[in-house]
Ligand binder design. Structure first.
Ligand code: ATP
Length: 232
């Protein structure tokens, strides 16, 4: 017998974690793994943005995708979806959620994961109020960000917010849950800045495979690996 809440059978949700992943770092990965432990997601998929409409520098999509694939390769329950690169620009989350809803059907609970910093500026996103017409939002802790909501975001949040995680499983979309996750004071911006200033990728909060990829491909101003000298 399925568990029933509020008269509805609970159905495992499918979760997508969107971002630039420029590069993917331990904050993304540890948060995703924690959510897989805490929530009954059928799967959790990392969804790189083709090019964020709000950011215009950084590594090419193919590099960001390759780093994500390396990062998830040792985590069986994490996947990567490259669909945003296959659509003509600009890349909007609302278009991806619309597409996913068409693929998943009307009843499947779908959760879009984002950090608290993203929620605080969500009203800059294209058709932001409609995001919950297609998915639930699961908002995770981001160090340096307080849940101080004001104005239209505060009003919208109040209309959609739930506190019981099971509420994400008894409806396909429409709810927002703020989860207290373990804080990881890591950002792609800080990593890119450190690398541009000469820090070794291996010293950054990155999976070793991603650090190696950055070094090998000389991303973010990193110099190439030392070649062994045989000519002396
Ligand atoms: P940037 O510094 O370039 O803005 P970022 O580190 O925020 O990058 P993104 O790829 O933009 O990484 O983030 C994707 C999503 O992951 C966003 O919703 C963001 O809030 C969230 N996120 C990023 N880093 C963390 C972290 N350390 N802890 C929790 N959530 C995070």
């Amino acid at each position: 017998m399925p568990e029933i809440l509020d008269g509805h059978a609970l159905i495992s949700a499918i979760a997508y974690f969107g971002g630039s992943f420029d590069p993917v770092h331990e904050g993304h990965l540890q948060t995703a793994l924690e959510l897989l432990d805490r929530f009954p997601f059928e799967r959790l998929t990392l969804l790189p943005a083709a090019r964020s409409p709000l950011k215009d520098d950084g590594a090419a999509f193919a590099h960001r995708l390759a780093m994500l694939q390396l990062a998830v390769s040792c985590h069986a329950r994490l996947q990567v979806d490259d669909r945003e690169s296959r659509r003509p620009p600009p890349s909007y989350t609302i278009d991806t959620l619309t597409e996913l809803r068409q693929e998943l059907g009307t009843d499947q609970p779908l959760v879009f994961i984002l950090g608290l910093d993203s929620l605080l500026t969500l009203n800059q996103w294209h058709r932001w109020r409609e995001l919950t017409d297609f998915a639930h939002l699961l908002v995770v802790t981001r160090p340096g960000c307080s849940p101080d909501f004001v104005g239209e975001i505060a009003e919208w949040l109040a209309a959609h917010r739930v506190n019981d995680p099971r509420m994400l499983e008894c409806a396909p979309n429409g709810r927002i849950l703020l989860a207290e996750t373990t804080p990881h004071a890591v950002s792609s911006t800080a990593i890119r800045a450190a690398l541009h200033q000469g820090a070794a990728p291996e010293t950054q909060p990155l999976p070793a495979s991603v650090a190696g990829y950055i070094r090998h491909n000389q991303l973010y101003g990193v110099s190439p690996p030392h070649e062994s000298r045989t000519d002396f």
